[in-house]
Design a protein around this ligand. Structure first.
Ligand code: ADP
Length: 373
């Protein structure tokens, strides 16, 4: 999704992809398949580039330091990125910045979890691997010491775990900003995101009925974190809105983020374009919404082996709905695309976006299977 933005800007991209069939490798001509954890592969690939950026946070920071010493600008840089790689590091830094977070502690045994639970409002608590989790993998809700012991028994040796109070949230929010090395920041409207089984499934922009003070506070948190951590590019701050009217940071992502996909069609400047403008230290584009409401619904893999059969119905029924398919093989529950609808009436926009997504997923249809259509 960075490539269309790069085309419009006239900026050539060079890709290091994990696999030849990766989505990005299908659309970026100058693509090489290689292992980003292999420093020599990374160095050879990066030779001659002006800027390196990422669509995930897992490149080892020592490798990025090596690239920087070769004269390649890494944006975001390793010192910022470590806060998106390691939840324990992130929690410690956010506490220093006095950014509100759920109560949390790094734990090394089930006894330590029980001790934390006793001081943090009791069971259940949430246990998370500090590194390597995504889409809810590496996150467990723990109801007693036995369950905690089972997580420790299954966790790979040496992996730090963070215990957090389980937040009784009313909903999840996300504040996305773009920040350039110059310090310029563009803040997108704060959105509501719905997670199903740890996976983001739906985003509403702006978050309906959000207290304007709280929206400002959320944007201010994202701006503070971006500035203090010296983030360049997109920063997404995932937040909980609690039932008693507070907001707490759940986690940070330093890359174009699922909760910002609505901006591709719904904002004056999409997050992928602003990411590129930011990492190139160009002036940022307007993050304003184009319509009163924009709704993005992910398409998750369902029973249909391919998604293209969904087009005739979806496109005929709603010429304004925007569809993005990622060229991924369809597996149950895998994010394989998203749809975006926008307009004046929230209920109508939600209904149109959900209908299109459900049709692609094969949850609704014309009575025949996708294969038969
Ligand atoms: P990942 O890195 O896999 O995205 P997250 O830390 O975002 O993991 O957690 C995934 C989901 O689990 C969150 O979106 C939220 O729904 C739930 N969750 C995470 N932490 C807490 C918490 N402290 N209290 C309540 N729910 C939580």
């Amino acid at each position: 999704m960075m490539q269309p933005a790069a085309i419009a800007l006239g900026v050539p991209l060079r890709l290091l992809a994990e696999r030849a069939d990766a989505s990005a490798a299908q659309v970026i001509a100058d693509a090489q398949v290689g292992d980003y954890t292999d420093l020599e592969v990374l160095r050879a690939w990066a030779k001659g580039l002006d800027v390196v950026t990422f669509d995930h946070e897992h490149v080892p920071t020592p490798h990025l330091e090596a690239l920087a010493s070769d004269g390649v600008a890494c944006r975001p840089g390793p010192a910022a990125l470590m806060h998106a790689q390691d939840k324990a590091v992130m929690r410690r830094r956010l506490a220093e910045l006095e950014v509100p977070c759920p109560r949390n502690r790094v734990v090394d045994s089930s006894e330590a979890v029980a001790d934390f639970a006793a001081g943090a409002g009791g069971w259940p608590v949430v246990l998370k691997t500090a590194r390597g989790g995504y889409d809810g993998k590496g996150v467990w809700v723990i109801h007693n010491p036995d369950e905690a012991a089972r997580v420790f028994a299954a966790a790979p040796a040496g992996v730090a775990l963070v215990a957090e109070e389980r937040v009784d949230f009313a909903r999840e929010l996300s504040a996305v900003v773009a920040r350039a090395p110059s310090g310029q920041i563009a803040a997108y409207p704060v959105v509501e995101s719905t997670q199903t089984g740890g996976v983001c499934t739906e985003v509403i922009a702006p978050a309906p009925n959000l207290d304007p003070e709280m929206a400002l506070q959320a944007q201010q948190i994202a701006i503070t974190v971006a500035g203090e951590l010296d983030v360049t590019g997109i920063l997404a701050v995932e937040l909980f809105e609690t039932r008693d009217g507070r907001i707490l940071v759940n986690e940070l992502a330093m890359r174009p983020h699922n909760t910002g996909h609505w901006t591709i069609d719904g904002a004056v400047t999409g997050q992928f374009e602003n990411h590129l403008r930011a990492v190139l230290d160009l002036p940022l584009g307007s993050p304003s919404a184009r319509a009163p409401w924009t709704v993005m619904v992910n398409i998750l893999g369902g029973p249909a082996p391919t998604l293209y059969d969904g087009y005739p119905h979806v496109q005929a029924r709603d010429p304004e709905v925007r569809v993005h398919l990622y060229g991924k093989s369809v597996r149950p529950g895998r994010k394989v695309g998203h749809v975006t609808a926008y307009g004046e009436d929230l209920a109508d926009v939600i209904q149109r976006a959900r209908h299109a997504s459900e049709w692609f997923e094969g949850k609704i249809g014309d009575g025949e299977s996708h294969e038969a259509r």
